[in-house]
Design a protein around this ligand. Structure first.
Ligand code: KE4
Length: 437
């Protein structure tokens, strides 16, 4: 079944060897470097169309990374590309208000009514770091509570891990983070309200916000258990703590209105990115009017950006959200991913490979682990060595998964019956090979 010789990629490898002399690790974002999947150089891509992506050696793969989420319409949708080409002829960036920002802002608010005012920025990290600053400015409180295994971008206060004890202050999870900064971030366990209560009790009226990926996507796809999000909402309302939904990944992916529509739980602040820019650099944060009126120039919380609201990004986002309005889009996305994880689980069972499959809307994960996965601790039990062998075998079979067992996989409106069949054949081959090696 292998159709792609991963040992013979002369052009890709030559380009990556050169990249390593120019950029740290040869990449502009660490996860792209394939260091989480053992040996082997990353695939250097040059072209993408629909559900497929092609590397420098003209090997084409069925893509479940989709630029880490933005390409929900598949790559290079003709109408999105055309819209961006057209608007580019009027100017690439003005650094001044444009009507396009109003259009995208309104489209977001129609989908997420909890957002009464919104600020456009240029990345998910920028959105989340601004939302945290806003929560502290609005509440006058100091601490941030996040969840182990959730990722929210690379701002200093977010590259923090739990201290030695559950109630101790955070400690740096990256070089360069000052211990003083890390101490302001408290860490609880995803799907564990008792761990949240312990921190709320230990730091009464001192926690500015609870920040959560409502469906965790950065430890693989881990959905909230029944009552978890409701419990966070209740606790935030009762204690004057702001609830921040980081929907950079889930926004417009798990439902038209993101997790807040899917689960019917509304955040005080929502952060967005990825699909919002349709592949161009766009992020945003928005929420309750009284909170957002704290943001400069209205209020005292400062945040700014040269390319915020950029006309190309706004245009790609507008075109993408409009195209996602096609009838039954989200039903089809959900059906494909449900079919995939169901059939993949059966294949794992037939090969005697333990698996826990998770899926919400157009995102899913296959965890090679016994028993269910509802927490970061569960995810850490996954057989990473098996995943590495499975990952490379899937590449040989022409399927491009995220190069880490701790990343969610994504589908698009271009993934259909043909792609499902290709994927299941590839999984059957990869399970056999991963077991044999
Ligand atoms: P960016 O700064 O990468 O646009 O967004 C940061 C971010 C914030 N919040 C969530 C929930 C996210 O998933 C992300 C970024 N996601 C990763 C993929 N797990 C981006 C891929 C990468 O780091 O290269």
């Amino acid at each position: 079944m292998p159709t792609h010789n991963m040992q013979n990629r002369p052009k890709s490898d030559a380009i990556f060897e050169k990249a390593k002399t120019l950029m740290p690790g040869g990449v502009n974002s660490p996860v792209r470097g394939f260091r989480s999947v053992g040996g082997g150089l990353p695939v250097v891509m040059k072209h993408a169309q629909g559900a497929y992506i092609t590397d420098e050696d003209d090997l084409t793969y069925l893509d479940y990374v989709l630029s880490w989420g933005p390409a929900i319409l598949g790559h290079t949708h003709a109408e999105v590309v055309k819209a961006v080409q057209n608007v580019a002829e009027s100017g690439l960036s003005f650094g001044a208000p444009t009507a396009l920002e109003n259009v995208l802002a309104e489209k977001v608010m129609q989908r997420m009514p909890s957002i009464e005012l919104i600020r456009m920025v240029s990345s998910g990290t920028e959105a989340v770091m601004s939302a945290i600053r806003l929560a502290r400015a609005f509440t006058g409180r100091h601490y941030l509570l996040k969840f182990e295994g959730c990722y929210h971008g690379h701002a200093d206060s977010l590259l923090v891990k739990a201290g030695s004890g559950a109630l101790t202050l955070g400690i740096p999870d990256s070089a360069g983070i000052s211990p003083e900064t890390a101490k302001s971030t408290l860490t609880a366990n995803f799907n564990d309200l008792a761990s949240v209560d312990a921190l709320l009790e230990a730091y009464p009226n001192q926690i500015a916000a609870i920040l959560v990926e409502p469906v965790a996507g950065n430890m693989g796809c881990v959905p909230p258990e029944a009552g978890f999000l409701e419990g966070l909402r209740e606790r935030c309302t009762a204690t004057g703590t702001l609830l921040i939904f980081d929907e950079v990944m889930t926004g417009f992916r798990v439902a038209k209105g993101g997790c807040q529509e899917h689960y019917g739980i509304y955040a005080d602040i929502t952060t967005l990115g990825k699909i919002l820019g349709g592949g161009l650099p766009v992020g945003a944060y928005g929420g309750r009017r009284d909170i957002m009126e704290t943001v400069a120039p209205l209020g005292a919380m400062y945040q700014a950006g040269t390319l915020s609201g950029n006309p190309l990004g706004m245009t790609a986002g507008i075109a993408t959200l409009d195209l996602l309005d096609a009838p039954n889009t989200y039903e089809k996305l959900d059906t494909y991913a449900k079919q995939l994880v169901s059939e993949a689980s059966k294949l794992c069972e037939s090969h005697g490979v333990p698996v826990s499959a998770t899926q919400v809307g157009a995102m899913f994960s296959l965890f090679f682990v016994e028993g269910g996965v509802t927490s970061f601790a569960d995810v850490c039990k996954t057989d990473k060595a098996f995943f590495n062998r499975f990952f490379w075998a899937m590449l040989e079979a022409g399927v491009y998964l995220a190069p880490s067992p701790f990343e969610a996989s994504f589908t698009s409106t271009c993934h259909g019956e043909k792609e499902l069949a290709l994927t299941l054949n590839a999984i059957d081959y990869a399970l056999k090979k991963a077991k044999a090696s």
